[in-house]
Design a protein. Sequence first.
Length: 119
Amino acid sequence: MCIKIVVFKLPNPTSKEIREKIIQHKQNYVNQTDIAKYLIISQSTVTKIWKLYKTTGTTQPKPRTQGRKPLVTQQTMNQITQKIQQQPDITLKELVTEFKLPISQAALSKRLITLDYTF
């Protein structure tokens, strides 16, 4: 007879309740393997949360700073939207050249669509 163990991966970041339980168990000198089995999480999660707690004193997850930074700042986008409101018939090509944007017309079009601007 073979027993199959299924482990469900929790979404990142780990919930506040689980983080607090990890800290509570670690402060009661329970080892990381037992905590991981009890809470059905990986041992590395226990290690990372405990290390975070020891260094910062809090169980709050680190802010997510991943991903590509936009080439056009929010301030520039505000100026572009003001220009569009002043001159509604301006083209994407004119916007790219006037503001000396480091992005293509297609990229600017996508950004403007997310701001609910259409042709």
